[in-house]
Design a protein around this ligand. Structure first.
Ligand SMILES: *[C@@H]1O[C@H](CO)[C@@H](O)[C@H](O)[C@H]1NC(C)=O
Ligand SMILES: *[C@@H]1O[C@H](CO)[C@@H](O)[C@H](O)[C@H]1NC(C)=O
Ligand SMILES: *[C@@H]1O[C@H](CO)[C@@H](O)[C@H](O)[C@H]1NC(C)=O
Ligand SMILES: *[C@@H]1O[C@H](CO)[C@@H](O)[C@H](O)[C@H]1NC(C)=O
Ligand SMILES: *[C@@H]1O[C@H](CO)[C@@H](O)[C@H](O)[C@H]1NC(C)=O
Length: 249
């Protein structure tokens, strides 16, 4: 009789202990390290207005390249991210003129293999190399001009203001763009770069600017007028439209 009472007592004390131990084992497993690798997709997704750029980063594999490169380079990186509005504001039909290779170069023209703070951008020496290259491997450059805490960036055919840092911690800086930086190289691909006077491609009756305008009605668009730029107007429009159609399909 005296033996019967202690047994349940022992059980009663063991069972909760057992319960606690088993319970403790599963949830205690440490969660994946919170500070994971930098993910350009996650950074842009969180902002909610970069769906087109995300799509192109994904399709072109450039997004993965950025994620790998930012991890492995000691220079860091800077990404200029055109908003959905920037893509929407491209004249329709323009991007259709780009082959797949050029689409990749267009995206790469927004990727700089070095980390730049906003202050850096105001004083950086131009041109700044992007990761885009021409057919001969020549790098495409961007010009940055800074003044009074303002920074403009120019691809030659497109100029826009940089005012919003989406991410500013090394090794990756990400800035918002309200325009797509279409390389001026796309507008005049056949002319040798050394050629001083590229013949305006048979401009019809001086109406070359009638269909599309390269410069959006933003005050940031004023570029030096010259022949190449005027030609670029129409082509730029075409280039951009192709891109847009791609995103819509
Ligand atoms: C990239 O595209 C693939 C295939 O369409 C899709 O499954 C994936 O979710 C996309 N990734 C991102 C980050 O958008
Ligand atoms: C980052 O780089 C380290 C070594 O350089 C490598 O071990 C790790 O797998 C890389 N992570 C990613 C996500 O690429
Ligand atoms: C950058 O500026 C230089 C000198 O003014 C000019 O020759 C070059 O075409 C510009 N490049 C771009 C991409 O704007
Ligand atoms: C302009 O184009 C019209 C028809 O497209 C043509 O008849 C006319 O001769 C052209 N003018 C010049 C100056 O090329
Ligand atoms: C940027 O561009 C705008 C419009 O062209 C101009 O008014 C402004 O002075 C420029 N700022 C810089 C820093 O170049």
């Amino acid at each position: 009789m005296a033996h019967q009472k202690p047994l349940p007592l022992i059980l009663l004390s063991i069972i909760p202990l057992f319960f606690i131990l088993t319970q403790a084992q599963s949830p205690t497993a440490p969660a994946p390290a919170p500070a994971g690798p930098i993910d350009i997709f996650a950074i842009l997704k969180k902002e909610g207005q970069y769906n087109t750029f995300i799509k192109f980063l994904n399709e072109s594999q450039v997004g993965n390249q950025i994620n790998n490169q930012v991890n492995n380079s000691n220079q860091g990186m800077t990404v200029l991210a055109p908003s959905d509005n920037a893509f929407n504001n491209l004249p329709s039909g323009t991007l259709n003129q780009l082959n797949d290779q050029q689409k990749v170069q267009l995206i790469l023209n927004h990727v700089i293999p070095k980390f730049y703070t906003f202050d850096d951008l105001q004083t950086v020496s131009n041109p700044v190399r992007t990761q885009a290259t021409g057919p001969k491997g020549e790098p495409f450059g961007l010009n940055f001009t800074g003044n009074n805490n303002q920074v403009n960036v120019s691809s030659g055919s497109v100029v826009t203001n940089i005012y919003n840092a989406i991410r500013k911690d090394p090794p990756l800086a990400v800035y918002q763009l309200d325009k797509v930086l279409v390389p001026s190289e796309f507008t005049d691909p056949k002319a040798p770069s050394s050629d001083d006077a590229p013949a305006p491609a048979k401009a019809k009756n001086g109406t070359s600017g009638d269909k599309t305008t390269a410069d959006e009605p933003s005050p940031a668009s004023s570029t030096k007028p010259n022949d190449a730029k005027r030609i670029s107007g129409g082509i730029l429009g075409l280039i951009c439209g192709v891109f847009l159609m791609g995103t819509l399909s």
